[in-house]
Write a protein that binds this ligand. Structure first.
Ligand code: F6P
Length: 359
């Protein structure tokens, strides 16, 4: 048996732990493993395919990033190709990918990625590719699994940033607005905001009103608390408004969400007269060593993906449905994007401890 592993989309802490576990589980069965570099680029002549054995995965489980590299511009069905005039067209190179995989004797592929990679895997599975998926995203927005690896690390990084902002905000009597990742989901903002005791949390699932945010700040002021830490998810937007977008996406790349914090801080300053600052936590949330939780989940997912291949679970994704690791059809994961339920216990708990959602 010869299997290949691909990591696609934005990286997430824990990817190397999945690779390590999958390789060791496969080698334990006497299988051969190949690593496809940079998403599927290695299967399309744009990068390498490398052998992966015990030596290649030794000592990588605690490392962030991915030893295979990744890309969020490598959809083989819409592959961006530069034209002589500098413009790009997107072409379907999936047949070429399949042919190259066949020539390399690849019997099955493990695709580690988020919703974009899952959608690609689903299309490849429909074309007969024997593929199983491992869900990966710091955003935690994949359905069918209770959580994804990378999320806990991102939450921890954001929480630690909130802790630090508390002290400087308090020293200066300032409002500090911190923007966190998550695209259209507010999980990172909600979890880090509650864990870090932010005063206001703004998420896409609960559109906010700037007036309500200012009311919360003024209410704290009346109670003698003259500083505030606001955590805003990059995809959060005001009632009746739209999410902020960064206008420099590259060909083949999804629309980039973000930039909400700066304008929000300005608006709050104008309305309350308070001194406001903003920051975007950015890719710090994706970097660094995975937490113990993420390493464990990633290791379980890597082992389960190899088991799924042994069981012939083509077109399935491994998933955490506590306490078990199960497999679910990719369709189920893609059917409904996972979002914060505004009625979830964590939202209600946050409200009970005095956190405002600006609604
Ligand atoms: O999906 C993961 C994620 O980190 C999002 O939270 C964020 O919007 C996006 O990727 C950033 O992508 P890039 O690395 O292309 O800036």
């Amino acid at each position: 048996m010869r299997i290949a592993i691909s990591t696609g989309g934005g990286d997430a802490p824990g990817l190397n732990a999945v690779i390590r576990a999958a390789v060791l589980s496969a080698v334990d069965r006497g299988w051969h493993v190949l690593g496809i570099k940079r998403g599927y680029a290695g299967l399309m002549g744009d990068d390498d395919v490398i052998p992966l054995g015990r030596d290649q995965v030794r000592g990588i489980g605690h490392l962030g990033g991915t030893i295979l590299r990744t890309t969020n511009r490598g959809n083989p069905f819409e592959y961006p190709v530069k034209q002589p005039d500098g413009s790009y067209i997107e072409i379907d190179r999936s047949d070429e990918l399949i042919e190259n995989a066949r020539n390399l004797g690849i019997d099955a592929i493990i695709s580690i990625g988020g919703d974009g990679s899952l959608a690609i895997a689903q299309k490849l599975a429909r074309k007969g590719v024997r593929i199983v998926c491992v869900p990966k995203t710091i955003d935690n927005d994949v359905s069918g699994t209770i959580t994804t690896f990378g999320f806990d690390t991102a939450v921890t990084t954001a929480m630690e940033a909130i802790d630090k902002l508390h002290t400087t905000a308090e020293s200066h009597d300032r409002v500090i607005v911190m923007e966190v990742m998550g695209r259209h989901a507010g999980f990172i903002a909600l979890h880090s905001g509650v864990a870090g005791a932010a005063h206001v949390i703004l998420i896409p699932e609960i559109p906010y009103s700037v007036d309500k945010v200012c009311e919360a700040i003024e209410e704290r002021e009346r109670r003698g608390r003259s500083f505030d830490v606001i955590v805003v998810a990059e995809g959060a937007y005001p009632k009746g408004g739209e999410e902020s977008v960064i206008g420099d996406s590259l060909p083949g790349q999804a629309r980039r969400v973000g930039g909400v914090a700066e304008g929000l801080a300005r608006q709050i300053g104008e309305r309350t007269g308070k001194e406001c600052r903003s920051l975007v936590l950015g890719h710090l949330q994706r970097g660094g060593m995975p937490t113990g939780y993420d390493r464990l989940l990633a290791t379980r997912f890597g082992g389960a993906a190899v088991q799924a291949i042994e069981d012939g679970k083509w077109g399935h994704m491994v998933a955490l449905q506590s306490p078990d690791i199960v497999t679910v059809p990719i369709e189920k994961a893609l059917g409904m994007p996972r979002r914060v339920d505004p009625k979830h216990d964590l939202v209600r708990t946050a409200r009970r401890v005095g956190i405002s959602f600006g609604d």
